[in-house]
Design a binder for this molecule. Sequence first.
Ligand code: F6P
Length: 545
Amino acid sequence: MASDRKSVLNAMMAHQKRLADTSMRKLFAGDSQRFRKYSATCGSMLLDYSKNRIDEQAMAALFDLARAAGVEARRDAMWAGEPINVTEGRSVMHMALRYGGTEPVKVDSKDVMPQVREVLSRMKKFVGQVRDGSIKGATGEPFTDIVNIGIGGSDLGPAMVTAALEPYTRKNLRAHYVSNVDGAHMHDTLKRLDPKTTLFIVASKTFTTDETMTNAHSARAWLAKALGEKAVGDHFAAVSTNLEACASFGISEDRIFGFWDWVGGRYSVWSSIGLPVALAVGYDNFALFLKGAAAMDSHFLTVPLEENFPVIMGLLGIWYRNAWGFATHAVLPYDQRMSRFAAYLQQQDMESNGKSVMLDGMPVDYDTGPVVWGEPGTNGQHAFYQLIHQGTSVIPCDFLVASNPHEEMGQHHQKLVANCLAQSEALMLGKTGDEVETELKAAGLKPAAIKALKPHKIFPGNRPSNTLLYRKLDPATLGMLIALYEHKVFVQGTIWNINSFDQWGVELGKQLAKAILPKVSGEDRGNGHDSSTSGLLAHYHRLRS
Ligand code: F6P
């Protein structure tokens, strides 16, 4: 970290020491304006960050840190198309994919908006024709099922968004996502499908990813076996930056939708990688999804740091990771349809900020990205919340909830909201020994029983959380939420002075898998591995024989 950044970081540490023994319970009791002070809005979305271990001085120190780290300058450099992904020499322009304005958006002094709009308009046409049945399979039947074959950013984004936007999907056009090279994934998907009415989308930025190519070839063989090789062209589309490789796979030009190397894989759901989403929910809803993200972009680019959602959330993450040493962060949507949101954020956050060298290649001497995890509430409440409330690790949480459900079903939604609000309140307040004692006495327990039970029933409280409350999980709101987390990750990467846009850490495993494959297949009986790997290989062959 640069020295000015370091001194601001030290100031932040001093605030941690100052607040180390102050409970949020006390902070709330001493300030009736706490919610007003520590909440912000973006459109109708509310961010309540008052249930954090902060006060005005600590927040001021955090905003100083953002300024010292040059968050605004780097944000503007990103939007100006500068190649801030230094290790790959690339610009980071996923915001261009959802930009709805009329200004040029330049990469290498070239306006990229005409090509963005051209691909979007081709997607719109294709989506319309598939959905109205004018594009049909080889036997003349309309498509009923779309299978997206991709992995990482070419899977997690569209799969998560399709699930989240279920109310906007149609019964007669179902989207499926196959990512794992485990044949079970493709097998179990295909077993329910009819080749005559199935459209495959091979989605890969590079079009070389082994899992995706293996799955694409298996899907192609399944289709060709049923309908003949000639049918492949009618049943496959591709999404990639590698247009030549798509063509050599046998996909016709009008079914290839491009994007560009300035779109990182984990930031690509806004590009043609979103094609299965647009097919599932209709192009107009996909356009609203882009519009929502653009609204969050505009907020991020223009709103002062003190009211800026991604900046506030990014800084609070830094506060807990670096000043308090909290290693994980839970994202807990009170929305069953966001069941894949945490998995999606794991790639977005952990592939971006799971780094240990700075931009100049020198090792960091502070912690970077946390482990991100989560599950929808209320399911999580009956699984891992015990640890969040009473475990030895403090886990900052984000709660996400809509005021309005898509379906009003009795009291379901009210109960969902009540649970969400209760959890953040319980985490903040906790339950003291005295409170436990009073409760147990009122329940008629004898003093000995109270003494034995009391320590087990105390909640330490003072456990931090943010709550994002929005009207409805519609396409625009979902776009806003995803863009919010993208920018939060950006803010943190900037402060940590790391490259949030490469992912060299995934390479070694890929290389070694290539080298081990012939040993697994038995083509090569040689050794050359550590004794554990050799032992595992030997036992594998014994089990197979
Ligand atoms: O996991 C590494 C990675 O490169 C991701 O960043 C990317 O989203 C994924 O693989 C898939 O890559 P591609 O879209 O090129 O198949």
